[in-house]
Design a protein around this ligand. Structure first.
Ligand code: NAP
Ligand code: GLV
Length: 310
């Protein structure tokens, strides 16, 4: 079995090659740029492959995304049609996202940016906020990560809401579905967390129209993809006070360029796509297991649906 590995950083690619060689003895595993016989490649393990990378392999049977999202694979305009995609998910990734969402929702809920500003000014300024059950927090996307995040928020006592395409029952969470349920979901939502996949229908969903449907002074947390956000609309909404604070983990261009205005905006917290970066050793074990299952059965429980985009 020849497996081609690609990540944008060459040292990381080499690290993944060596780890997978250790986990899959007897398999032929190499960095994509060192493959000598492209026709031998049946599996590709990738993060943000370059345009045309996958098209080089005429006998490719499966692509593994090193991560939950598959948008970075589907972004390749030359992607061969019909090659199945496995995503990498699991307890490690879910736990990390639960931690990130809890941290930043609590931070906005307790108005920590304002409290820290008061400290800097040596100002004994007591900020009293509503108790969590009186704070409406909404999660967009109720898949592996969104559902777990919504459950975590409900567990902390928040008035937790969730929104997805087809609707979902989650204990302790009020759920809404589809375009028809969107306005009701957004209305009254004081802290909004985005955990949607990036697809044609979700691109740019965090825009002026959506911000206008939130109560004035709402906070937004984007930990899905930069492409969900219309950057200029966020800046305008922060300037008008429609949005009070934002936490952004993902960006149109990563790393976020040094001259991007988000860095210096005191109403924005920037984190460098770390909300839930899977631990590489754990990810390697999951990917090796999925490759073995796929090689034996032609499928695997973590298959993404390329046609729907997630
Ligand atoms: P998932 O399991 O594929 O779930 C996606 C959810 O979004 C589903 O509930 C789906 O609804 C809903 N959805 C899709 N399109 C929709 C639409 N047009 N309108 C309303 N709801 C829609 O995804 P996941 O594993 O939870 O991951 C979500 C995203 O998080 C990933 O795609 C990735 O971009 C991002 N992510 C970020 C990080 C980070 O570190 N920042 C880490 C991991 C993942 P249905 O249930 O009805 O299908
Ligand atoms: C990270 O962003 C992922 O998709 O797992």
């Amino acid at each position: 079995m020849t497996v081609a590995v690609y990540l944008p950083a060459q040292d990381k690619t080499q690290w993944w090659v060596e780890m997978l060689q250790g986990l899959l003895p007897g398999w032929d595993i190499a960095a994509i740029d060192e493959i000598e016989d492209p026709s031998a490649v049946k599996h590709a393990v990738v993060w943000r492959p370059r345009a045309g990378d996958m098209a080089r392999f005429p006998n490719l049977e499966v692509i593994v995304s090193i991560g939950a999202g598959i948008d970075h694979v589907l972004a390749d305009p030359e992607l061969p049609k019909g090659v199945p995609i496995i995503r990498t998910v699991g307890d490690d990734l879910t736990q990390r996202m639960r931690e990130y969402v809890a941290l930043h929702v609590l931070r906005h809920h307790r108005d920590m940016p304002r409290q820290l500003q008061a400290q800097a000014e040596k100002d004994w300024h007591a900020i009293v906020v509503p108790v969590a059950p009186n704070r409406v927090v909404g999660v967009m996307g109720l898949g592996n990560l969104g559902a777990a995040a919504a459950k975590t928020l409900a567990g902390l006592g928040f008035a937790a809401r969730g929104w997805s395409k087809s609707g979902k029952d989650i204990e302790g969470v009020e759920t809404f579905a589809g375009a028809d349920g969107m306005d009701a979901f957004l209305s009254g939502c004081e802290i909004l967390v985005n955990l949607l996949p990036l697809t044609d229908s979700t691109k740019g969903i965090l825009n002026a129209d959506l911000f206008g449907k939130l109560p004035k002074g709402a906070c937004v947390i984007n930990c899905a993809r930069g492409g969900h956000l219309v950057d200029g609309d966020l800046i305008a909404a922060l300037e008008s006070g429609q949005i009070k604070q934002a936490t952004l983990d993902v960006f149109h261009q990563e790393p976020l360029p040094a001259d991007n205005a988000f860095w210096a905006n005191s109403a924005i917290t920037v984190t460098p796509h770390v909300a839930s970066q899977i631990d590489a050793a754990t990810g390697g074990r999951l990917i090796a297991a999925n490759l073995k299952i796929f090689a034996e059965t032609g499928t695997c429980p973590d298959m993404a649906d390329a046609a729907r985009g997630y």
